[in-house]
Design a protein around this ligand. Structure first.
Ligand code: GRF
Length: 215
């Protein structure tokens, strides 16, 4: 078996959520933190869109928020340098991408290697990228779902932590399938974060083992 390259820490963690829009996954994580299911606090919600509903909600809840305007930076590298600065400043243990519509620079991926996770609304490695619910319908797959994975520089291709499956129905629309998948996203994203801070995620090669599941 491949050697262990990473083991998640067992500790009370400091989470940053990066988002661009609605923020329903952020809210699911926040809810799990709130009821004590995740041993962590949300120390930062950072957005690249001033009016992102998720960012406004975070502010309303009294969480620390930062809006970084992409227009204020000359390059993506500069932008992500500022993101790293905001994360480092708050000693963030885990960055959760939650509908964050920017491709991360390698510098950010490297700086937060194994401390960066994402949720994707398809069963990776099938259907990376955007509009993946429609792509799944058009392809004719019988099942789709969602994937929580570590973030690597190659988009949507980091080691898989958890996945959940939903059926694709014959008369599905993009919205109907997206809604069915979203229910599962809200279940497995907080679950993955919980496992992370229970010190139960072990990465070997590109496989992630969940420790303590029994035989
Ligand atoms: C989700 O479908 C997520 O899988 C994808 O972007 C969407 C974000 O939704 N990465 P929300 O902002 O969390 O509601």
């Amino acid at each position: 078996m491949d050697e262990v390259v990473f083991r998640s820490p067992r500790k009370k963690g400091r989470i940053a959520v990066l988002l661009s829009g609605r923020g329903s996954n952020f809210m699911a994580i926040r809810e799990a933190v709130h009821r004590g299911a995740i041993n962590a606090e949300i120390a930062l919600v950072l957005g690249n869109k001033a009016e992102a509903p998720g960012l406004l909600k975070a502010r309303e809840w009294g969480l620390e928020t930062v809006f970084l305007d992409p227009k204020a930076f000359a390059s993506r590298d500069d932008y992500d340098r500022a993101v790293i600065g905001e994360l480092d400043k708050r000693r963030i243990d885990l960055v959760c991408l939650a509908g964050y519509m920017r491709v991360l620079t390698p510098a950010l991926c490297d700086a937060y290697r194994h401390r960066l996770v994402n949720i994707h609304p398809a069963l990776l490695p099938a259907f990376p990228g955007l509009h993946v619910q429609q792509k799944a319908i058009d392809w004719g797959v019988r099942f789709s779902g969602c994937t929580v994975h570590f973030v690597a520089a190659e988009v949507d291709m980091g080691p898989i932590i958890l996945q959940a499956c939903v059926p694709v129905l014959q008369d599905d629309t993009e919205d109907a399938l997206a809604a069915r998948i979203l229910v599962e996203e809200h279940r497995i994203y907080p679950e993955a974060v919980r496992l992370y801070f229970e010190g139960r995620l072990e990465v070997r090669g590109r496989r992630v083992f969940v420790l303590g599941l029994g035989a």
